[in-house]
Design a protein around this ligand. Structure first.
Ligand code: 5RP
Length: 232
């Protein structure tokens, strides 16, 4: 494992070890950091150290890992409140606002986050920024039908939009079979306003700006792991 993978593992495992208790309903995030939390949770469930755990996955990756570790998966009901979700992020500002969707799972991740009492974000220190947009574009999930029409709209909002491609050269498909447009807005002065503007258009399903959703941040760096609560 590379040094950065070690940090991702440390953050993911810290979140499980410190915030998950028996009996909880857990949201399982997607990505190369969150997967370490899913694996750690699975190990503790299999060892009998955590009991009566159920989970809701944010994407196929988390679902497959949960099945491998026999973590029981459940569906949402109209009254579901997830106790704790552990997920990654592409960029985190000092207010714990996020850009997510580098793995393309942003819509399900946001549904899970908004249904969670606690949304714990696990990152290595390279994800921290002074202002959203400093390090990452905004991933936007769009319906395939008419996706071309969204490009001009996103340009009119001041971005440089690019249709995300898969490694095989065809458009990247989300778990819901939609496309992702990565829109580079540069530094974002007013993410709430921008998020509302992006969502104005029919066919735009969701954007990767996660504002006021994270309750906790777990950051791993070469000097250790630290926990920051939104209340701090
Ligand atoms: C997936 C996500 C991921 O959590 C985000 O891209 C971070 O991924 P990684 O931990 O692999 O850097 O939002 O949609």
């Amino acid at each position: 494992m590379s040094e950065v993978d070690d940090l991702k593992k440390a953050a993911g495992e810290y979140a499980v070890d410190n915030f998950i208790q028996s009996g909880m309903l857990v949201g399982l995030g997607v990505g190369s950091t969150a997967i370490h939390a899913v694996r750690r949770l699975g190990e503790l469930v299999q060892a009998g150290e955590l009991t009566s755990i159920t989970a809701i996955p944010c994407g196929h990756q988390a679902e497959e890992a949960a099945q491998e570790f026999q973590i029981p998966l459940v569906e949402f009901t109209p009254t579901t409140r997830i106790d704790v979700t552990i997920d990654g992020a592409d960029e985190v500002d000092p207010e714990l606002n996020l850009i997510k969707g580098g793995g393309g799972a942003l819509t399900r991740e946001k549904i899970v986050a908004q249904s969670s009492r606690r949304e714990i974000i696990v990152v290595d220190e390279s994800k921290l920024s002074s202002k959203l947009g400093e390090k990452w574009f905004v991933p936007i999930e769009v319906l395939r039908f008419g996706w071309q029409t969204q490009m001009g709209y996103l340009e009119s909002l001041g971005s440089e939009p690019v249709l995300r491609m898969a490694e095989n050269g065809t458009p990247f498909l989300t778990d819901q079979n939609n496309y992702i447009i990565d829109a580079n807005f540069g530094m974002i002065d007013n993410p709430i306003f921008l998020g509302e503007e992006i969502k104005r258009r029919t066919g735009i399903i969701e954007h990767g700006l996660f504002l006021h959703l994270a309750t906790d941040l777990v950051v791993a760096s070469s000097i250790g792991v630290r926990h920051i609560s939104h209340e701090d």
